[in-house]
Design a protein around this ligand. Structure first.
Ligand code: C2O
Ligand code: CU
Length: 504
């Protein structure tokens, strides 16, 4: 079976997919069951708050994306201009972003990596009602941390993000010594055919393996390599974002000594860059000194390939800036609750392949043929199932929970319920033969160590876990609500590798 969205949209939603999503709903447990409009709410900005207003019109627009003779492409975006919408705020400002949905299906915005109130997290059915075509929704929050973030939808992500629907959110104010240039380098692939039309966003083979790769690679939505200038002799900050839905990269720099100053937007004591792996959704901030000589070049490369791939080339221009000898300046550290590792509670998150994707019992779903509500054992109804949020097949599971193997009376337990304010150490165990970038919503964690790689402890919201690797991450569960935890290879996410945890 080839599972395309079209199949889902025409109403032939695979029952196994419904089962998979119901499984996740079950893990959520009854405490977070949404009966009707019981979504969380968020605080309003106080009087006098410094608010940045942004309108985001999610829409498909036809662009000449590939050079002719290719035709125009139906690209989804938040803005009338091609390329990423980039929102920059100063730390302390509020963002008031109004999403208008001009797509043909529902959408929402998840603000990846931002520790915001649960109500603003943008997960349909979990934190808000989906924003239907023609509707609007306003997100209002004050980002607590500085750094390099991004935003994207959270249902049918493989198609919506695959068509281009994502944007960049930068919270400024972390530089102790101001850089001379602040350059965004956002990578993604496109599943475009030579004629400019899109190929299938999801394939059964891809979903079951490393994901389906795009054929057109871009940096800042420009065919590789992206070229730009930088002030000669200046301190250059690069904000590198892997916004692809599939591809894992290994970032390196040639032509200058680059230092890592932030991981997933969070300051780290500067470390000299050798190479650094970035799974989908991961970010890396670098600082480097541009050559003093105009015309000098610095190259950004991806080493996670048979041959290094040139991603971007920056050329020094203008008269050399008069700067003292290069010392990579640290950024201001984020204000996170201190870990209490001595009293931390250990948890395990096991990533595995589903043993079977076809054992669903239609009757247990009680809504044959059409996605609908899920009845929990306590009688509550979870209005969760919907063709756009469903996966048509279960290929991956978290903590061995394979819904189809369970009867309705025996729902899988919620993935985790965490006590607010407590420190948790989660051991993420990858029993599969694929890498998985695992993302937690609403929290920033410390990557502590790994059984197979030497880890430089750093802060993240997404951690890449290799086959047979066990990675320990730690965080304080200080943000109340229901939060997604999932693989950010979107085809893995949408075929079962996702769940929720609750902080109560
Ligand atoms: Cu960027 Cu739930 O993810
Ligand atoms: Cu994965």
């Amino acid at each position: 079976m080839r599972f395309t969205r079209r199949k889902l949209l025409t109403g032939i939603a695979g029952v196994t997919g419904l089962a998979a999503f119901a499984g996740i709903a079950g893990r959520l447990g009854s405490a977070a069951a949404k009966t009707g409009a019981g979504y969380p709410t968020a605080p309003q900005p106080p009087a006098g708050a410094d608010i940045v207003d942004v309108d985001l019109m999610a829409q498909i627009r036809r662009w000449q994306f590939l050079p002719s003779p290719a035709g125009e492409s139906d690209i989804a975006g938040y803005d009338d201009a091609p390329g990423f919408k980039v929102i920059r705020l100063q730390h302390g400002q509020w963002l008031r972003a109004t999403l208008h949905n001009a797509l043909a299906e529902h959408t929402s915005i998840h603000w990846h990596g931002i520790r915001l109130p649960n109500a603003m997290d943008g997960v349909p059915y979990l934190t808000q009602a989906p924003v239907q075509p023609g509707e609007s929704f306003t997100y209002e929050f004050q980002p607590p941390d500085t750094g390099t973030f991004f935003f994207h939808p959270h249902c049918d992500t493989v198609t919506q993000m695959g068509r281009g629907l994502s944007g960049i959110l930068i919270i400024e104010g972390d530089e102790i010594r101001k850089s001379d240039a602040d350059i965004v380098c956002a990578y993604r692939d496109w599943r475009l055919k030579p004629d400019g039309s899109f190929d299938a966003f999801m394939t059964d083979k891809g979903a079951a393996t490393a994901g389906t790769f795009g054929k057109v690679a871009t940096m800042n939505d420009t065919l590789l390599p992206w070229r730009s200038e930088m002030p000669a002799g200046g301190d250059i900050r690069l904000r590198i974002l892997n916004l692809d839905v599939t591809r894992i990269m290994e970032i390196g720099v040639e032509g200058a000594e680059a230092w890592v100053i932030a991981t997933d937007g969070n300051a780290i004591a500067p470390i000299k860059l050798d190479t650094w792996k970035l799974g989908p959704a991961m970010r890396l901030d670098l600082i480097l000194r541009a050559p003093a000589q105009a015309g000098g070049k610095v190259q950004l490369l991806n080493y996670f390939a048979a041959q290094p791939v040139l991603l971007a080339e920056l050329t020094a221009s203008g008269g050399a800036l008069d700067r003292p000898a290069f010392v990579p300046a640290p950024l201001k550290a984020p204000q996170l609750a201190a870990l209490d590792l001595a009293k931390a509670e250990p948890l395990t998150l096991r990533l595995s392949a589903a043993s079977s994707g076809s054992a669903a019992d239609e009757k247990q779903l009680g809504n044959k043929g059409k996605p609908g509500d899920i009845k929990l054992p306590n009688g509550e109804i979870l209005h969760l199932a919907d063709a756009l949020c469903l996966t048509p097949n279960t290929l991956w599971v978290l903590n061995g929970v394979a819904w189809p193997d369970r009867s309705h009376k025996n729902l899988p337990p919620s993935l985790f319920t965490l006590a607010r304010g407590k420190t948790y150490v989660v051991e993420v165990i990858n029993t599969t033969s694929r890498q998985h970038p695992i993302h937690l919503h609403g929290h920033t964690f410390q990557v502590l160590d790994s059984n197979s790689e030497k880890i430089i402890p750093h802060l993240s919201d997404t951690v890449l876990v290799a086959p047979n690797e066990r990675v320990k991450i730690a965080f304080v569960a200080d943000n109340p609500g229901s939060w997604m935890i999932h693989c950010h290879i979107i085809e893995h996410q949408e075929t079962g590798m996702m769940g929720y945890f609750r902080v109560a």
